[in-house]
Design a binder for this molecule. Structure first.
Ligand SMILES: Cc1cc2nc3c(=O)[nH]c(=O)nc-3n(C[C@H](O)[C@H](O)[C@H](O)COP(=O)(O)OP(=O)(O)OC[C@H]3O[C@@H](n4cnc5c(N)ncnc54)[C@H](O)[C@@H]3O)c2cc1C
Ligand code: FES
Length: 281
């Protein structure tokens, strides 16, 4: 488990609707100093008497320390089920029980590289802070965001400024290129001579990106979104078959050994079953 993880009652400072999402800002004291792009938070939803006992996972959009010592944590929440709708309905001044930062972060190259960042829906959330970090390292950063429709693309103005180019795809053609991110990927990899892909979004999208990145021999770091019940490594809900450096395939907890993983090491086609050859089967 992330050794920096802390449980706190965080005050909501703002909650604004942006397209299909809620952009939420929390006061989190010094905890913000440790939140890196790729880490996530686990939030208790529904209040103290709720029957929703499982925490919900949200990627950190941005974690910053203000000069006055106040730490800020920003999330992008898609109100879909009962827990995320409850969270999105909370108001400034309300307190929320959260544990952060959790999980692994995107690895940052020591030397400048050409990076392509790919987000599906709210999967763009951790990519803007990542883009800023990569830019500070001298990297070229191009970005592709895809969603079913224009309203589900999350791309704030300040985020757009941190990338060299932004390509949008939508399934229904309401913005950008009609189709999926995987449709435009081969051309972008060639055009920008991409060395490394960073991605976050639905599992099917990550699997499709892995196939393409493998065919080009490009490194693919992806943030997987497997269902999580505890978020802290106890329940084994979030496991995926992943090949280790020793060649053994293990059912691996994505909440502590992920969510950021090497896409080439995940056995995507077996993600809902324990495949033959897994250690211990
Ligand atoms: C690492 C990570 C990052 C994420 N980042 C974001 C983000 O930035 N923004 C965003 O909007 N969403 C994000 N999500 C998705 C978000 O966690 C879910 O949308 C949210 O949990 C839905 O909760 P709900 O109550 O609204 O939905 P519901 O469908 O009502 O409930 C879903 C909950 O049911 C439980 N559950 C589901 N399947 C199982 C299972 N197989 N076994 C046990 N329990 C199960 C889990 O607790 C799950 O959270 C992320 C998920 C992960 C894993
Ligand atoms: S969510 Fe419980 S072990 Fe990963």
């Amino acid at each position: 488990m992330n050794s920096r993880a802390t449980q706190i009652n965080a005050e909501i400072l703002s909650n604004k609707r942006v397209g299909s999402y809620n952009h939420m800002v929390f006061a989190v004291d010094g905890l913000a100093a440790h939140g890196k792009p790729g880490n996530f938070v686990a939030i208790s939803v529904g209040g103290p008497t709720s029957s929703m006992i499982l925490r919900r996972a949200f990627a950190i959009y941005r974690a910053t320390m203000r000069s006055d010592g106040i730490g800020l944590l920003e999330l992008v929440v898609a109100p879909m089920g009962s827990g995320s709708k409850w969270l999105a309905s909370q108001q400034p001044g309300d307190l929320v029980d959260l544990i952060a930062p959790l999980g692994t972060a995107f690895r940052i190259p020591k030397d400048p590289v050409n990076a392509l960042l790919i987000g599906g829906g709210y999967g763009s959330a951790p990519l803007f802070a990542l883009a800023e970090t990569l830019k500070q390292r001298g990297c070229r950063v191009d970005m592709v965001l895809g969603a079913s429709t224009a309203g589900k693309i999350y791309a704030p103005l300040e985020g757009k400024r941190s990338v060299n180019s932004l390509t949008i795809t939508t399934d229904d053609g309401s913005a950008g290129t009609t189709g999926r991110v995987s449709d435009v990927l081969p051309e972008l990899i060639k055009e920008h001579e991409v060395d490394v892909i960073y991605s976050c979004g639905p599992m099917a999208m990550l699997e499709a990106i892995t196939k393409i990145s493998q065919s080009f021999g490009v490194v693919h770091q992806c943030s997987v979104e497997e269902s999580m019940a505890c978020g802290i490594g106890v329940c084994m809900t979030c496991v995926l078959p992943v090949e280790g450096d020793d060649g053994l395939i293990r059912m691996t907890r994505t909440c502590i050994d992920g969510p950021v993983m090497d896409g080439n090491k995940v056995l995507w086609t077996h993600s809902r079953e324990i495949p033959d050859g897994v250690w211990g089967k």
